[in-house]
Design a protein around this ligand. Structure first.
Ligand SMILES: [Cu+2]
Length: 300
């Protein structure tokens, strides 16, 4: 290298070096070959990881809810947008590595106009626009679940999460839930919700179960609370995933469209027994549901 010459192959914006590579040492040539191999590897890995996505190798679970198509559409839009950005950034990275892989000794280093600050601002604007755009496009799916109230005929079901089980409560023939008394929760006598059936008239016909059953094609208004700490209610097929927050009464509404048995899982790491915190949702025909709820009422 000539005295005083600068060589900085790590900076992208150096002058391209087509033509002669006079003075290029053998180790420099080897580095250049390795860089080109690296660029090709990046392109191959990027394309290889995109193929299963484009070919839908990993399907989403079946959708059994009325709001599911909107959620799936949002997933597809997000995946397409993120996928195109990912491929573009990898190809660009590979291009720069290839282009500047054989910088000859003595090439003058040039800096990006504005330095790192300009790049940081550009990245900030790009990512911010991307996040805002996805938020705007996803508002419809979000609003269909959270910004519209349940219909007047929605069937109320209460779910309580606690380490490490879900319990469900149905209001019984009177259609009213009795009040909860946290101090009366007693798992030993199966009073999971803290009901006082001796004094509270509305609690007398409440039905508590360890599994959830609902009639198909009927809107459900799910009332959620946690007994202890953060948990979640996740049924992938329903496209419902809502956290429980201790101290908050949350609710969500949905309509299941396919009869079947589906798993309800907690996705919050809620303690040592978290791995085993699950229950089942059975979507039944209206007739089967009537039979089931009568059976459960008889077991109280
Ligand atoms: Cu949990």
């Amino acid at each position: 290298m000539r005295p005083g010459a600068e060589l900085n192959p790590g900076v992208a914006a150096v002058k391209s070096c087509g033509g002669s590579i006079e003075g290029f040492s053998e180790s420099g040539q080897r580095r250049s070959d390795m860089a080109k191999l690296f660029a090709v590897t990046i392109v191959l890995i990027a394309i290889g990881s995109a193929i299963p996505i484009v070919m839908h190798t990993w399907h989403l679970p079946q959708d059994i809810s009325t709001h599911g198509p909107l959620i799936d559409e949002q997933y597809a839009d997000t995946m397409a947008e993120a996928g195109i950005s990912f491929l573009a950034s990898q190809f660009l990275l590979a291009f720069f590595i290839w282009k500047f892989s054989n910088v000859k000794p003595g090439t003058k280093t040039r800096n990006f106009p504005g330095g790192a600050m300009g790049l940081v601002i550009a990245a900030f604007l790009l990512v911010g626009t991307e996040v805002l755009a996805l938020g705007a496009f996803g508002a419809k799916a979000w609003a269909s679940v959270y910004f519209t109230p349940p219909g007047a005929n929605a069937m109320p079901v209460q779910v309580q999460a606690g380490q490490f089980a879900f319990y469900f409560r149905y209001p019984g023939p009177d259609g009213k839930f009795g009040p909860l008394h946290a101090e009366q929760i007693n798992e030993a006598n199966a009073n999971f919700f803290g009901l006082d059936t001796t004094h509270d008239q509305d609690s007398k016909d409440d039905i508590v179960t360890a599994e959830m059953a609902i009639p198909v094609n009927r809107e459900i208004h799910l009332l959620m609370h946690s007994k202890d700490l953060g948990h979640s209610f996740f049924v992938p097929e329903l496209r419902v995933h809502q956290d429980f927050v201790p101290g908050l009464d949350l609710s969500i509404h949905f309509t299941a469209t396919k009869v079947g048995k589906y798993e309800i899982v907690c996705t919050q790491l809620c303690g040592l027994g978290h791995y085993n915190m699950k229950a089942y949702l059975e979507v039944m025909t209206p007739e089967d549901y009537d039979t089931w709820i009568k059976q459960q009422a008889a077991l109280q």
